[in-house]
Structure formats: structure tokens, C-alpha cells
Write a protein that binds this ligand. Structure first.
Ligand code: PRP
Ligand code: URA
Length: 212
């Protein structure tokens, strides 16, 4: 795969370990859900490293002190339905007051093209840092369409967080949306003829929600 400056592949042992359990076909829905949420939280910690801070003055029990706090409430978390919902709780444990939007997309099984069925975003989305959540970046069709919806609403401050990616999806997003930073737990080998990531973890939505 070509290397892109706007892609971060996490190499943290906790993320890699949890991802290996996710890949295992014997991992059931309950554990799958817990792991997706935990990985979401671990990734969010790093994704939010560059959140803007501001200074304020507080009183400690000892004296007055100038301290730094997060500037404003300017985050929006946007899971791509369904599978992105699995990452949401984990991320929310770190930023409980973030606004939440939802984008409903599913891949047509024949064409692999994303079909939109829902889009509800915070009113002031254009003023926010958007963190798009979807565990799977395969062809990149769903991710690219979701980014397009958000840009159409005037927001150009977007990060895309996935648990697993295919080289094809990373390349597509990097070409179509070079301004969007991509975070992922691993870039796998390839897509198969049905558009599934190889070796991958199977269908994330079905494994999360037990609809296999
Ligand atoms: C999965 C996944 C992504 C999409 C990735 O969703 O959660 O949204 O596929 O594939 P792409 O990069 O080729 O577009 P799916 O369409 O299976 O819907 P679901 O989450 O409702 O199961
Ligand atoms: N969507 C999934 O859930 N899994 C894949 O491997 C590809 C797309």
C-alpha cells in the first residue's frame, strides 16, 4: 500500500491484543461488543490528543492556580450505523458531553455501493470537530459517503476512526478526502471478491448484534 501522511495505524499492545480476539470466529457477540467498545475508548484517547485547551484560574486547597482545561464543547461523535454504534459507548466514557450524530448506511451486497437510510447531525455541526466511528473501512464507499454528508453540512474538521481497514479503503479515503485523518488498528492484506477484509473479522454489524 502507498504510505499516506494522514493515516495513523495504532501499534498499542492493548489494541492489537483485543483486535486479535475480535478476529477469532469463536468470539461471541457479548465479548465482541465489549471489545469493540474498549478499543473505541483506547483509540479515542489518542485521537483526542490535539484537542484545544484553554487556561483558567481555580483555587486548590493550598492556593490559586492557573490550569488548563478543554476549550469549549466542540466535539461531535458520529457513528455510522449499525456497526459504528459499537464504538460509541467507549468513546463517550472519555467525552461524555460530546454531541452525537447518526449516519445510517448499508452496503448493497451486489454492488458494494453504500445506501443511505438515515442522517441526523447536530445543528451546529459546522462548528464542531467530528469524529466519525465505523469499525470497518473496506472499499471506503461508506466512509467516503459519510464524510461527504458531513462536509455538505459545512463541517471540514473530520477524523475517521476504524478498528480495521483494507488498503483499498485507506487509499480511497486518502484520495477522496485528503484532509481527513484516518485512524485504524490495522491495515489488513486485501479485500476478497465479496468486499470483505482479509483476514479481517467478518461482518462487524452482524457479529455485534448477533444477526449472523
Ligand atoms: C459495514 C461497516 C461499514 C461498511 C464498510 O457496514 O460497518 O459501514 O460495511 O464497507 P465499505 O468500506 O466497503 O463501505 P454494513 O454495510 O455491513 O452495514 P451494517 O453496519 O448495518 O451491518
Ligand atoms: N464490512 C464488514 O463488516 N466487514 C468487512 O470485512 C467489510 C465490510
Amino acid at each position: 500500500m502507498q504510505s499516506f501522511s494522514n493515516v495513523t495505524v495504532f501499534d498499542h499492545p492493548l489494541i492489537t491484543h483485543k483486535l486479535s480476539i475480535l478476529r477469532d470466529e469463536n468470539t461471541g457477540s457479548k465479548q465482541f461488543r465489549e471489545l469493540v467498545s474498549e478499543i473505541g475508548m483506547l483509540m479515542a484517547y489518542e485521537v483526542m490528543r490535539d484537542l484545544p485547551m484553554e487556561e483558567t484560574v481555580i483555587k486548590t486547597p493550598i492556593t490559586e492556580a492557573k490550569v488548563k482545561v478543554l476549550a469549549g464543547k466542540k466535539l461531535a461523535l458520529v457513528p455510522i450505523l449499525r456497526a459504528g454504534l459499537g464504538m460509541l459507548d467507549g468513546v463517550l466514557t472519555l467525552v461524555p458531553s460530546a454531541k452525537i450524530g447518526h449516519i445510517g448506511l448499508y452496503r448493497d451486497h451486489e454492488t458494494l455501493e453504500p445506501k443511505e437510510y438515515y442522517c441526523k447531525l447536530p445543528e451546529d455541526i459546522e462548528e464542531r470537530q467530528v469524529i466519525l466511528l465505523d469499525p470497518m473501512l473496506a472499499t471506503g464507499g461508506s466512509g467516503s459517503a459519510a464524510i461527504q454528508f458531513i462536509k455538505a453540512r459545512g463541517c471540514h474538521n473530520i477524523k475517521f476512526v476504524s478498528i480495521l481497514a483494507a488498503p483499498e479503503g485507506v487509499e480511497r479515503l486518502a484520495k477522496e478526502h485528503p484532509d481527513v485523518h484516518i485512524y485504524t488498528g490495522c491495515v489488513d492484506e486485501k479485500l476478497n471478491e465479496n468486499g470483505y477484509i482479509v483476514p479481517g473479522l467478518g461482518d462487524a454489524g452482524d457479529r455485534l448484534f448477533g444477526t449472523l
